[in-house]
Write a protein that binds this ligand. Sequence first.
Ligand SMILES: [Zn+2]
Length: 301
Amino acid sequence: MKITRLDLDDTGSPEGLITKILKAEPNLPIPVPVEELAQCFDITDITVLTTEGYEGGLITDDCKSEGVILVNAAARRGRRRFTIGHELGHFLIPTHRPAKSGQFLCSREDMRQWAAKENDAYARMEMEANRFSALLLMPPPKLRVYLGKFGDPDLAHITELADHFDVSKEPAARAYASYHEQTIAIAVVKDGIVLRVYRQSRFPNICVANGSAVPRNSLYHYAANGGQTITEIRQNDAELWLESDWGKRLPTLYEQVFYQQEGFALIMLWTECDNDEDEVDADENRTSKERLLDRLAHKYR
Ligand SMILES: [Zn+2]
């Protein structure tokens, strides 16, 4: 790769930086060689982080002439790659300044910062570094092409997506929920508690707050829970998950659950409005159940 920091023109936003990177390296391989890219951008070493309780770090000088990235060696490969992307984001975004001179130290929580208040400068930096890493490892033009090969949403695609881009499942789930052409959201659950929900802006408002229990009648509680299994896609009561708006009919809601290790699970919520413009005529007189059965028959054929 020939790209250098000069190609980045002091661009300040994660999106702008990724655009410049893809322009300079249009044939960027997938999985993205994040270590090699870091070297092109004056990261002289990527080494083990020994500070307890942190996921990643960056040592650099005030003018960021060069840097060393530190990574929690105990983390799995996908997570280490995300951390390298995150620290590279701190290094390349000109406004990012460490709390302690010369060293950024980032926790697991920092790596999950996807939203921040306007006046919270620290949270904003972490959010931008995460956005940079996610965009770098799953560049949107490549992600769209890749997602185009799948049909209707299915949590099984997340494993394939994570393998293809060499990322861990959670950033893969977030990207899948954000870029899928259907209206979906993905809840990350641990021991029956909803930790966070990734959703598109057009997804209806969710009435289950982060930190609360998965609704009692969710498929999550009824499907066989033996190891890492993925359930079928089932229609359920939309009111379980969606805020109801007086006078407005709620869309049809489908659920699918992907049980994972250590009590973790992903729950996909997929909504379909009955008045969708792209609904074909033949569908008009059929119930949602009929449409779903047809879809499943097609899928498992
Ligand atoms: Zn950070």
